[in-house]
Write a protein that binds this ligand. Structure first.
Ligand code: GEM
Ligand code: ZN
Length: 375
């Protein structure tokens, strides 16, 4: 039996795998920063016996609260993911599982591979009315893809949705699969109405280098892209520089930035209430978007979320705050859990790729509800 992390997004240190019932592993930090949370490794040659993985430095992770009520994700094929028996024992995260197949992957959340990213982009490119463009390159020269749906025309609104600024938050890219699938459904009246009135710009993978390295939060230069939006640089944050330039070119009437949250077992949104330019118009749009989403999606809720920013105190280096301020538009950060939805727990899957995609498809309904009032 072998354990390795020689994968796109692989991250673990194998300290001792000589005893399958007491395998010693360690998290390792992002490639150029101290953030440490993400793990993804593979077992090959398993014979069906019980395995116990001990991640002995889990207590030193960036978000140690992330291990409370947490269960590791596992998959035999990289498509269907399930949760496995996990406990935190004095700083050691203990994962117990008897794989039913010789190869099994284990990850902090359902991993999203580069191959699957290219399938998403190339699949969309092949569809009528879809335009795929490389907006720029990452620090390590990987492409930043923008998928654009809906033909540009006078009077159409510009809707931007980005995901995985933080590469470990892979739920954002599963969310994008739900958005794209609905927008490409020619029999879906909501999608058709939205593309009649708007051009939709999707950036499903903002941070390809961080995804490749198996980073939790930063790009290859060790930078948190979601603190770069006021002054991105070609050297530190070319990913943000490229996407921001494309947003300037098209204009933005609605902006969504899709993330995952390590601690909070709920699905929620963060608004721009702390922006200097926040107005009753934007406040009403945020309320309409979220009220509609609560009706459309059984998981989305407004009881739990981030503390509100004080008036005028928003950090404008954060993508949604920057976009809301710069374009005087509705702009939200959407958050999904690494754990599960405490309101609707799923014992087998926890929060999952399927539920993230379902949430993404429901967000399309909220965008349409707000479309007439965006300007
Ligand atoms: C968060 S967004 C920051 C919190 N936003 C507001 N409006 N309070 C981040 O970047 O820290 C997104 C995330 O990483 O989940
Ligand atoms: Zn994030």
């Amino acid at each position: 039996m072998k354990i390795d992390a020689d994968l796109f997004g692989g991250a673990i240190r194998v300290l001792d795998a000589s005893d399958p019932t007491d395998i010693t592993l360690e998290l390792r930090a992002d490639n150029a920063s101290e953030f440490m949370q993400w793990f993804h490794f593979r077992v090959t040659g398993a014979d069906g016996s019980d395995l116990t993985f001990n991640i002995v430095n889990a207590g030193d992770a960036t978000y140690p609260g992330g291990w409370d009520d947490y269960r590791a994700a596992a998959s035999y094929d990289g498509a269907r993911w399930f949760r496995v028996d996990t406990e935190l024992d004095e700083g050691t995260l203990r994962i117990r599982h008897a794989p039913e197949h010789p190869t099994c992957h284990y990850a902090y959340f359902a991993a999203y591979s580069w191959d699957r990213h290219l399938e998403l982009v190339d699949g969309a490119k092949a569809r009528p009315g879809v335009h795929v463009e490389v907006l720029g390159q990452s620090v390590e020269k990987r492409p930043i893809h923008r998928i654009r749906l809906g033909e540009p025309a006078r009077g159409k609104r510009q809707v931007w949705i980005i995901a995985r600024q933080h590469p470990g938050e892979t739920m954002g890219q599963w969310f994008m699969e739900g958005v794209l699938s609905r927008l490409l459904d020619e029999d879906d009246p909501t999608a058709r109405a939205l593309l009649e009135g708007a051009v939709v710009h999707l950036v499903p993978l903002m941070n390809p280098d961080g995804a490749a390295h198996g980073n939790q939060r930063t790009n290859a230069a060790g930078v948190n892209l979601n603190r770069e939006w006021l002054s991105p640089s070609a050297e530190k944050s070319p990913e943000v520089l490229a996407v921001r330039a494309a947003m300037m070119k098209s204009g933005v009437d609605l902006f969504l930035d899709v993330h995952g949250d390590e601690d909070t077992p709920y699905i929620f949104a963060a608004g721009c209430e702390g922006n200097p330019g926040y107005t009753p118009r934007i406040d009403a749009l945020e309320d309409l978007f979220m009220r509609t989403l609560m009706e459309l999606d059984e998981d989305f809720q407004r009881r739990y979320g981030y503390d509100l920013d004080e008036p005028g105190q928003a950090d404008l280096s954060i993508a949604a705050n920057y976009a809301g301020q710069r374009f005087d538009c509705l702009a939200l950060t959407l958050e999904m859990p690494f754990k599960d939805d405490a309101d609707n727990p799923d014992p087998e899957a926890g929060w999952s790729p399927e539920r993230a995609a379902g949430f993404g498809s429901h967000v399309i309904g909220s965008i349409l509800a707000c479309l007439p009032a965006l300007r």
